[in-house]
Design a protein around this ligand. Structure first.
Ligand code: CA
Length: 260
């Protein structure tokens, strides 16, 4: 009994593969790596059972013109981490450094990159992990990322029009959406001055720590941002209690190379 069931499913599998392969040959699928590799393995399988298949299926159609080669793999230089983004391939690397935001941006540009935004949680996790490595032996700190306060929200606190996810925008010309725009609770608050133009938390630091939260006067979550002035901790006075989240690194990003 079970051997017949097995044969039944095997034949179903063969028919399904044949239908799939027929559809693929009519051009219903984009040429990419998985379809070409599964196609090749099927061809081998098909060849192996050549006499069996030919008794049950129409002869193969005339061979179509060669399909275009799969798109070349996107690559990053050694030490840069590749991420696939909706806007395309992106390479990221975290560097240690205690400069202010503008100088950190310049340091990235010297390498043909910019301060990187954060597309999603996977990128955030990578930055946290990599930053903790490069700032060692420090066990926590802040990382400059490619994000700036929108002009319309300068001097503003959180309001109906300047919200948690639209007060800032990504500056790297690559990051899209707000999945990676994760601010600490009640941030971005532009909270460094009384109401008015002296509120200038126009940049943001990503907090990183070996523990889920770090205590820097109050609790800050690792992997979340806080808006802050674009000055470095050294340029502007940071009380000792706040230093566990002082800027100690920055993350650069650039478009991935395409090479075939
Ligand atoms: Ca803030």
């Amino acid at each position: 009994m079970s051997i017949f069931l097995l044969l039944f499913f095997l034949s179903l599998l063969t028919i399904t593969s044949a239908i799939y392969n027929g559809g693929r040959r009519r051009g219903g699928y984009r040429p990419d790596s998985w379809s070409s590799s599964s196609g090749e393995s099927y061809e081998g399988h098909h060849h192996h059972h050549h006499s069996h298949s030919d008794e049950h299926y129409p002869p193969p159609r005339p061979r179509p013109p060669p399909r275009p080669r799969p798109p070349p793999r996107q690559q990053c230089q050694d030490g840069w981490k590749f991420f696939e983004r909706p806007s395309g391939g992106w390479c990221m690397k975290v560097f240690p450094g205690t400069w202010n935001q503008a100088t950190s941006e310049s340091m990235c540009q010297a390498q043909g990159a910019v301060l990187s935004g954060m597309q999603n949680i996977a990128e955030i996790n990578y930055i946290v992990s990599s930053a903790l490595t490069v700032i060692s032996p420090a066990v926590s700190g802040g990382v400059w990322v490619g994000i700036k306060r929108r002009a319309e929200c300068m001097g503003q606190v959180l309001t109906g029009t300047c919200t948690k996810t639209n007060s800032f925008y990504w500056t790297d010309d690559s990051t899209t959406g707000i999945e990676g725009m994760v601010f600490q609770l009640n941030e971005p608050n532009n909270g460094n001055a009384p109401p008015g133009p002296s509120r200038n938390q126009d940049c943001a630091l990503l907090t990183v720590g070996h523990t889920p939260t770090i205590n820097a006067v109050s609790l800050y979550w690792s992997g979340q941002m806080d808006d802050i002035s674009c000055a470095s901790a050294a340029e502007s006075f940071w009380p000792a209690g706040t230093l566990p989240r002082a800027n100690r690194a920055y993350v650069c990003g650039k478009a991935a190379n395409r090479r075939g």
